[in-house]
Design a protein around this ligand. Sequence first.
Ligand code: NAD
Length: 260
Amino acid sequence: MFEKFLAGKTAVVTGSNSGIGLGVAHQLARAGADIVLNSFTDRDEDHALAQSMADQHGVKARYIKADMSKGDECRALIETAGACDILVNNAGIQFVAPIPDFPTEKWDAIIAINMSSAFHTTAAALPLMRKAGWGRIVNVASAHGLTASPFKSAYVTAKHGVVGLTKVTALETAQEKITCNAICPGYVLTPLVEAQIPDTMKEYDMTRDEVIKKVMLERQPSKEFATVEEIGDTAAFLCSPAAAQITGTTISVDGGWTAL
Ligand code: NAD
């Protein structure tokens, strides 16, 4: 699978200075794509990630700062990249609270970063893909784009929205050699998930191991976290020639969560 089938293509991966986004960027670079990394910070270490990706995979890689909570910055990311054959909408945040206590600013931020950013980047990327006569859009949704959990109202709403946007994008591009699909991961042990562990430990008076086993992996029949490389491999597959006729669908990488 890992011959350089993406050589000459440019992949823009939003929210890619850690976790799944960085894992996806590595697997696309491994398949030969030039990479644009992104987040809202502008630190030396962000640019160093791009340099190390270029060194490791022999591709061009750069880091572009853009805040995915702002529509104009989403669009500017694609304009600054200049080319965008592959767009991976991955930036995301999480906040957990019952609906009456859910702070409006958290709701707005989650909807903007986890959902609306994908609309803005897609709108900016499609003209470039149409000009190139080829394109791949991979939206990182979630098992929570297909199912729900209490206290995750904004996240579940945003991820269901991303699945809907995926289908509409696929229909609008179906005859143009452009595909759009969503990956729905279950739990992957990234900084986003690590950040939820201390609060859950307090809430349920559990150890870290108990939270992982009894709260998180309880939902995954495999009883294992997926890895960022496995999510990245799925993204690379969706960009490969084998997936040319796959569009408008979701691929769950969730150890069986959504089969329950
Ligand atoms: P993470 O915290 O490691 O990564 C999130 C990325 O988004 C980071 O690079 C962060 O800098 C970036 N980001 C946050 N706010 C941003 C903003 N305003 N502008 C630009 N970038 C911003 O978490 P992760 O688990 O790797 O999450 C990546 C995606 O995967 C998210 O969309 C998340 O919802 C989804 N996801 C994660 C899991 C999981 O278990 N980890 C499961 C399902 C879906």
